[in-house]
Design a protein around this ligand. Structure first.
Ligand code: HEC
Ligand code: HEC
Length: 448
């Protein structure tokens, strides 16, 4: 700790000298950046059929699927885009939560759980434990199709009902996850494991002084590094697509063939619900929906940061330096490079994601007690910060819309179940900044 204290004193005095007088105001989150979305277009340099694959995926991603296409029996929403739309298609939770409307659309009889509100984030729910006390951890879809008649099929004879979410809430057995944005996801997919591991050992002494470790969440079967989702629990975009189609929308597919709820009166199309076409169709149209989703996200360009908004270029520039000086970059690595790829637009490119793609122990304050692969109940993937300027909700459960609260939540002391957050040292250093320096950091974050 003495080493850390010495480091704190040195860094802080350099910063204070650099900026000078103390400020008379309190730093605050400038809020969602105005102006163009800066996201949602395809990567530059796509060739051949690639733009067509992107477009086919974009269309599929926006489609609302009815009963006849396999929706349900249990589901969280009826389209990918509903949850992934801010600030453009492929993004994250929008300002108005579409889950409220879908609950009773077409005569469905669902009750909207108390944690789903019109102006709150899109949420999916996981239960920590099963009734017998063993770990659960799985997604419990919020809604059922019972009573829905959307013109393609009639589910009024479907007898299933929703889980008892209020009871589970009262028993402190529910946790939430909000959607992560998928801009630039193809670049993330293409970063070699060796790059992630080399970045992990970079600045080792400094990381050790701060108490930062971090580890990859390795895929159980092939041992390579998984990287998608709040706990880096999923290996690839295709896998995430297959899982989301089944778990969020209830649509079975070539990766997830079996209905999660097989109640016969609630099935309106054969299983798996969606397949690669075998009727002679050719080109992108022949692909299964999950292949299309994966192509769309893989070819989706990363968010474009603003050079001067909010706060002006000078403040953003100072904020960028301070973000590094206090040690945020020890987890939020500014850039990782992709390896050689068969797709030229993804090959040997910088991914300016602000993440090391490792999971870190974040303390009891953020812990959700859900184990996924090797990520423990307190471990989360360093959230990529690209596109942050346009985000409305922050942290895995969407608990805040305020960047200052998101930063504060990084800090928590260990208890009987979870160790202290690895970020504590860095967050303490951040809090030694003057108000105007903090404002520079916040402006920088909202420029991303
Ligand atoms: C009900 C809302 C909802 C719907 C519908 C939904 N998602 Fe998601 N999505 C989420 C949530 C929540 C997460 C974060 C899950 C986690 O990590 O636990 C997520 C994460 C993802 C990720 C991971 C991105 C990253 O870098 O972490 C991908 C890829 C993705 N979704 C694709 C899709 C596709 C494709 C569809 C349509 C088939 C879809 N999602 C439908 C809520 C949704
Ligand atoms: C020990 C590693 C670590 C350090 C150091 C760290 N972060 Fe994070 N950061 C994370 C993790 C992990 C998450 C995701 C936590 C969650 O959602 O539960 C996160 C999330 C965030 C988010 C929310 C992003 C989102 O998608 O909702 C912001 C903003 C953020 N960090 C900013 C910072 C800033 C600013 C600093 C420096 C003052 C910092 N972080 C230092 C690991 C770190």
């Amino acid at each position: 700790m003495t080493r850390l204290n010495a480091l704190v004193v040195i860094v802080v005095s350099v910063l204070l000298v650099a900026v000078g007088a103390s400020a008379q105001f309190f730093a605050r989150d400038p809020g969602v950046r105005p102006g163009p979305a800066g996201a949602g277009r395809m990567l530059d340099g796509l060739t051949g059929l690639q733009p067509d694959l992107f477009t086919a995926g974009l269309e599929e991603f926006q489609e609302s699927d009815p009963l006849e296409e396999g929706l349900g029996p249990r589901f969280n929403l009826d389209s990918c885009v509903g949850c992934h739309s801010q600030p453009a298609i492929g993004g994250t939770s929008p300002a108005v939560n579409p889950q409220v409307e879908v609950a009773t659309a077409f005569g469905a009889l669902n009750v909207v759980p108390s944690f789903i509100t019109l102006d709150g984030p899109v949420r999916e729910a996981r239960f920590k434990h099963k009734p017998n006390g063993t770990r659960d951890g799985g997604v419990h879809a919020l809604f059922v199709v019972s009573g829905r008649n959307d013109g393609t099929a009639d589910a009024s004879g479907c007898p299933i009902s929703q889980d008892d979410f209020e009871g589970q809430l009262a028993a402190d057995n529910v946790i939430f996850r909000i959607p992560t944005p998928t801009f630039g996801a193809g670049l993330i997919e293409q970063i070699p494991d060796s790059t992630i591991l080399a970045n992990r050992t970079a600045n080792a002494a400094l990381k050790a002084a701060f108490g930062i470790s971090g580890r990859p969440n390795r895929n159980g079967n092939d041992g390579t590094i998984a990287r998608f989702g709040w706990k880096a629990q999923n290996k690839s975009l295709l896998l995430f697509s297959g899982e989301a189609y089944n778990v969020e929308m209830g649509i079975t597919n070539e990766l997830f063939q079996t209905e999660r709820d097989e109640t016969p009166q609630c099935q309106f199309t054969p299983v798996p619900n969606n397949l690669t076409s075998s009727d002679g169709t050719t080109g992108p149209d022949a692909l299964s929906a999950i292949e299309k989703f994966a192509f769309f996200m893989r070819f989706l360009a990363p968010p474009r940061p603003s050079p001067d908004t909010p706060g002006g270029a000078a403040s953003i520039g100072r904020g960028r330096l301070l973000f590094g000086a206090v040690g945020c970059t020890l987890c939020h690595t500014p850039v990782l490079r992709t390896g050689p790829s068969t797709v030229e637009a993804l090959s040997d490119k910088p991914a300016r994601l602000f993440s090391d793609l490792l999971v870190h122990g974040m303390g009891p304050g953020l812990a959700d007690d859900i184990v996924q692969g090797q990520a423990g109940g307190d471990e989360f993937r360093t959230a990529p910060l690209w596109g942050l300027g346009k985000r409305i909700f922050f942290l895995h459960d969407g608990r805040t819309t305020d960047l200052l609260e998101a930063i504060w939540a990084h800090r928590s002391l260990g208890d009987l179940r979870f160790r202290s957050s690895e970020a504590n040292g860095v967050i303490d250093l951040y809090y030694t900044l003057s108000q105007s320096q903090k404002q520079d950091v916040l402006n920088f974050l909202r420029s991303l």
